[in-house]
Each structure stands twice: as C-alpha cells, then as structure tokens.
Design a protein around this ligand. Structure first.
Ligand code: ADP
Ligand code: MG
Length: 281
C-alpha cells in the first residue's frame, strides 16, 4: 500500500501537480476513515490541482494583459450609477462582442467607473481564455512612435492586432499630436472588423477632432470605431470624490456632480443618439 502511495507521489511530482501532491496524505487519511469514496478522492485531487493551475494562469494573464489591479463587475456598485443599465453591462460580460469584433465605448466624466468596467470586462475575457491587452491611449501612441522610430512599426501593430480584445483607456485626457493620431489610425484600421476593442473617454465624439488635433483623422477614426459599436454613456457622479463632496471646489463639482443624479425618466431605453449608432452596425 505505502509502495503504491509512493508511486502516486512520484507521478504527481513528475506531472508537476503540486497541489494534488500537497492534498494526497490528507485525502488518503479520509479514504481510510471511510469519509471519502475512491471516485470522490480522485475528483477532489484533480479539481484542486485544476483550480490551482487556473488561478495561476489567470494571475499571469492578468499581469501580461496589464489588467492590474484587477476589477470585477461584482465589486461595481450599480446603485451609485443609476444612469447605467446593469443588464446591458452584464450582457457585455457574456463576451459575444468579442466574437463579433465589436467596439465598446464607455463615455463619461472622470471617476464614473469607465476604467473599472473596461478592466472588469477584460478580466472576464481573460478568465474565458481570451487574449487581452490594456493600455492608455498615451502609452499606446508612445509605444507605436517608438516602434516607428526603430523601424518596427509593422511588428508592433501586429502585436496589438493579435489580441482578441484591446482596451484603450483614457482617450481625451492628453492632447495627441497629428503623428500620434495617424499611428492610432493605422492600428484601428488594422484591427477593424478583425478584433474587439473597448475604449474609454471623458470626451464626446464631437470633440474628437480637438482630442486628436485633426478633424480629418478623427472622422476617419470614428468611421471605423462607430461601425459595429456599443456606446455606453455614463452620466453620473464621481465615485472617487463621493466621500469628499464638501471639500470639492464648485467648478469641479459642476463638471462632476458629487451626489448621483436622479434616475433618468426613460429608464432602460438608451437615448436616441445611442440607438442610431448601434443600429448603424
Ligand atoms: P474613470 O475611469 O471613469 O475615471 P474609474 O473606473 O477609474 O473611473 O473609477 C475610479 C475608482 O472608483 C476606481 O478605483 C473604481 O474601482 C472605483 N469605482 C468607480 N465607480 C464605482 C462603482 N460604481 N462601484 C464601485 N467602485 C467604483
Ligand atoms: Mg479611467
């Protein structure tokens, strides 16, 4: 009997199954006491090992995808953001938009949870085995510019095009040079109808000419980014500022109301503008 247990131990070691190895003695004790059946014991050991590997895979993938710190939809307080349709976000978490190579836009003022929701969808995609990469627009353009200077632009665009889901965060915070806008356009064009994206921005589409410093490039970008698109507009208070409402200067408060606004009158129905964009796809 102990010879067989030694064999199992050696096999688990050789197969690199550390969690099952760790659980082996305890499992055998429970088997001997009759607390477990043989099938249950096998199931328990394999399931523990599987979960352990899955946790490690997801942990590593979250780091390489730059989805750290990770966020989840479970930790998102939808009651704080009444303009947001929870069912719509939960439907996005089914990840069909990735299969359909769609673009999801999260628009809204700072602190309304755009990056949180984008990251949470990225985390869900990683858990489902999809390849994801997240970066800010500024970092993306910097990486593309560097690659261009070093004669590796095509390679770099290929890198960003390979992932199933590309998350580009913080469009609109920093001004983009014409050269930068052109590089972003090349990437968007390369991914167009081939891979899904999530974009977050504090600026409306009408302001993209200003954001990208060039109305022609902005129009070409929007042409691709609004075809097959889902637009989620968040109109609410900053979650970051919620505890400090009394300390915020009036001009900041005016741009980012501290208390959540009352729920919209037409609940559950997106504004007309949004419907048109979705139907355009
Ligand atoms: P944005 O990208 O819109 O500026 P973030 O998503 O970065 O805002 O949110 C700011 C911080 O507040 C983050 O730490 C985020 O996790 C948290 N947060 C924002 N909205 C919510 C919410 N409704 N429920 C829970 N946490 C939230
Ligand atoms: Mg953000």
């Amino acid at each position: 009997m102990s010879g067989l247990v030694d064999n199992i131990r050696a096999s688990l070691l050789g197969l690199r199954m550390p969690r099952a190895l760790e659980m082996l003695d305890h499992t055998i004790q429970r088997l001997e006491k009759g607390e477990l059946g043989a099938i249950e014991a096998i199931d328990g050991l394999l399931a523990q090992e599987f979960d352990c590997r899955e946790d490690r895979r997801v942990g590593m993938a979250l780091t390489t995808s730059r989805l750290t710190p990770p966020k989840t939809l479970e930790s998102f307080d939808f009651t704080f953001q009444p303009s947001l349709d929870r069912d719509r976000i939960m439907a996005l978490a089914q990840l069909d938009f990735i299969e359909r190579s769609e673009v999801v836009h999260f628009l809204g003022p700072p602190g309304t949870g755009k990056s949180h929701l984008a990251t949470a969808l990225g985390v869900a995609a990683v858990k489902a085995g999809k390849s994801v990469y997240r970066c800010s627009l500024a970092d993306l353009i910097e990486a593309l510019s560097k690659a261009e200077r070093e004669g590796r632009l095509i390679e770099k665009i290929r890198f960003y095009t390979r992932v199933s889901l590309l998350i580009v965060d913080e469009i609109g915070y920093l001004p983009i040079t014409t050269g930068g806008a052109n590089l972003f356009f090349q990437l968007v064009n390369a991914r167009y109808e081939k891979g899904a994206m999530i974009l977050t921005s504090n600026r409306g589409f009408a302001e993209w000419g200003e954001v990208f410093g060039d109305p022609v490039v902005a129009t070409a970008l929007l042409d691709r980014l609004l075809h097959h698109a889902v637009v989620v507009q968040i109109e609410g208070a900053s979650y970051r500022l919620r505890a400090h409402a009394d300390l915020i200067p009036e001009h900041v408060r005016a741009n980012a109301p501290i208390s959540p606004p009352p729920p919209p009158k037409r609940r559950g129905r997106p504004p007309k503008k949004e419907l048109e964009i979705q139907n355009a796809g």
